[in-house]
Write a protein that binds this ligand. Structure first.
Ligand code: ARG
Length: 582
């Protein structure tokens, strides 16, 4: 569906032309004086310079050409602004079209395009911690937004499953159980099916091994083990398989809990086979060059304000690094999916890494010249006091613990307020807790840091996820009392509150498009907060179910029904859902 701004801009341009002025002056914007009007056009002011006359003269002539039926207010005011308020009839027609169009008339701007969203970035054998919350939540929301607007989306977790942590675990295991067949280079039998450790043992082995990195002998062993694993040493590969077999289901469980789902569970290891050919190709084409024993791709550009170091491809000891796997992953993605775009969501401390990798990928023709590469570097989630989030003993808080803390807090409220029957406490609690957590995060601009405040995020009032859910639940209960409402047509606004609500509804698709263009799910949060506010204001100022005029009542119901559907669509994009009762 065409956007309102585009419709009224086109009409304004026609009016300029009909009045004898250049149509290009007819651009309409959302009013910056909502107390005076809803939309405005300032074109007469610029036109006056070209036509050398008073702006108000032009504004008056243009206004005379506009179709009065479209507007409740259309006036030229000094020195030459054109102020507009849409008519009820215009809004009624527009909303009725939205109501009956697929996905409320949102334009499918991504049809025919494929995007890979690389988000989450969990590291195998290490439990997810709070640092993994933001990329998972933001990435999932952006992916769903792209999907909603018509893109073919492929979410890939890009597991860290090929690095030093694997070598550390192998080295530690060897110290503990050197007799295991995995360590015997001459072993030719079949390795045991049963892993030599459980999940909780693994969770202890890794941090122990990691703390021994300062011991140079142990560190050397871990590096060698990592290298040999990458070279394909069978026993180490078998341990790697055990680690994956234990770790992945655990990661999946936590992501499921967050309603974060990946189309692909590929990792750095899957990129490994593409490295040798990629490296020799870059070398052959003279793009990768030797520098201090390493092989690098110089990526500095003349216009750089700060120094951008070369992208290291192969270290002097022959091993590949993070950038190597990221480039090789692009090779795999281009080969298998030919995406038009790759979008990465990670901590903003990786900004430089992606700058280097993107430049290297373009320079090395690993991606096409027109393949869009975007990195969203998100800020840090701090504690309520604004300081880095730490457990009481100074450790890193596990993501599961954070989810549990939020869930416990919400459950206590649900139980205390007797919101639902005992058998629904858990499912209702889970939905509210997820909304609190995700909205608390997503309502901030991704690049900014924010403070995690459990009580504030979980409040049922204010700019929170639960408040949005509460509004949806409230509408649902009115609709349920009314009965069948799905086919009721939209009516003209019955009062100013209805009109505000209708105007807010029309911003649905422009909001989604700008959220996509700027990678800002926070715009969707701000939008639904405004929309929910309009719904609640309308509800407080209007007798809905008590209205005796059935036609009027049906109009009210149709309007709040549409508002509910839009709110639910938006929270689905953000990655949470509403319970039946609250
Ligand atoms: N595993 C990485 C980390 O923990 C994040 C991966 C992000 N994605 C990527 N393609 N580099 O920092």
């Amino acid at each position: 569906m065409e956007k309102i701004l585009d419709i009224i801009t086109a009409k304004m341009q026609q009016a300029f032309a009909a009045a004898g002025y250049d149509a290009s002056f007819g651009r309409v914007t959302v009013s910056n004086r909502p107390d005076l009007c809803e939309y405005q056009c300032n074109g007469a002011l610029s036109a006056a310079k070209q036509y050398k006359c008073a702006p108000i003269q032009i504004a008056n002539a243009v206004v005379a050409q506009l179709d009065a039926g479209d507007y409740d207010l259309v006036e030229a005011v000094m020195p030459g602004f054109i102020n507009l308020k849409l008519s009820g009839a215009f809004l009624q027609k527009y909303l009725e079209e939205m109501r009956t169009a697929p996905d409320f008339g949102a334009e499918k701007i991504g049809v025919g395009q494929t995007i890979v969203v690389d988000y989450g970035g969990a590291n195998v054998a290490k439990p997810l911690h709070i640092g993994h919350l933001r990329p998972a939540i933001i990435g999932e929301a952006l992916k769903r937004l792209y999907k909603f607007l018509g893109y073919n989306t492929i979410g890939d977790i890009h597991l860290g499953d090929w690095g030093l942590q694997m070598g550390l675990i192998i080295a530690e295991l060897q110290e503990r159980q050197p007799e295991l067949p995995y360590f015997d280079p001459d072993f030719t039998g079949e390795y045991p099916k049963e892993p030599p450790f459980t999940l909780s043992e693994l969770e202890e082995i890794y941090p122990t091994a990691s703390s021994k990195k300062t011991d140079s002998v142990f560190a050397e062993k871990a590096h060698t083990a990592t290298y040999e694993l990458q070279q394909g040493r069978a026993g180490y590969r078998a341990i790697w398989n055990h680690i994956m077999g234990i770790s992945l289901p655990d990661l999946r469980r936590v992501y499921d809990h967050l309603d974060v789902y990946y189309e692909k569970w590929l990792g750095e290891s899957d990129a490994d086979p593409y490295i040798p050919a990629m490296v020799s190709d870059l070398k052959a084409r003279g793009l990768a060059v030797e520098s201090e024993g390493a092989l690098v791709i110089p990526v500095a550009e003349e216009t750089d304000k700060k120094e951008i170091p070369p992208c290291i491809l192969v270290k002097s000891d022959g091993s590949s690094i993070y950038a190597t796997t990221d480039l090789a992953t692009m090779v795999q993605r281009m080969r298998d999916w030919q995406p038009d775009k790759m979008l990465y969501i990670t901590d903003k401390r990786q900004n430089l890494h992606f700058e280097q990798v993107f430049r290297a990928a373009k320079k090395g023709c690993i991606v096409n010249a027109e393949t869009e590469l975007e990195h969203v570097g998100h800020g840090t989630m701090n504690g309520a006091d604004g300081k880095p989030f730490k457990t009481r003993d100074g450790g890193v808080l596990r993501l599961e613990q954070l989810i549990k803390d939020m869930t416990d807090f919400v459950r206590a409220k649900v139980v205390e307020n007797k919101i639902v029957d005992a058998d629904e406490v858990e499912s209702t609690t889970a939905k509210i807790a997820l909304a609190a957590l995700k909205y608390g995060d997503l309502s901030n601009q991704p690049t900014k840091d924010y403070n995690f405040d459990l009580e504030r995020f979980a409040a049922f009032e204010g700019n929170t996820g639960p408040y949005i859910l509460y509004t949806i639940v409230r509408i649902k209960s009115i609709l349920a009392k009314y009965g069948a409402w799905e086919n009721l047509p939209i009516a003209a606004p019955a009062n100013p509150f209805a009109k505000d609500l209708m105007l807010s509804i029309t911003k649905f698709s422009p909001t989604l498009e700008s959220a996509l263009r700027t990678s800002s799910p926070n715009l969707i949060c701000a939008y639904i907060y405004e929309l929910a506010g309009c719904v609640n204001k309308f509800y407080h100022e209007t007798r809905i179910l008590g209205e005796e005029d059935e036609t009027k009542k049906a109009g009210y119901i149709a309007l709040i029904g549409l508002a509910k559907n839009i709110l639910e669509t938006c929270i689905h994009i953000l990655g949470f859902s509403a319970p039946e009762k609250m």
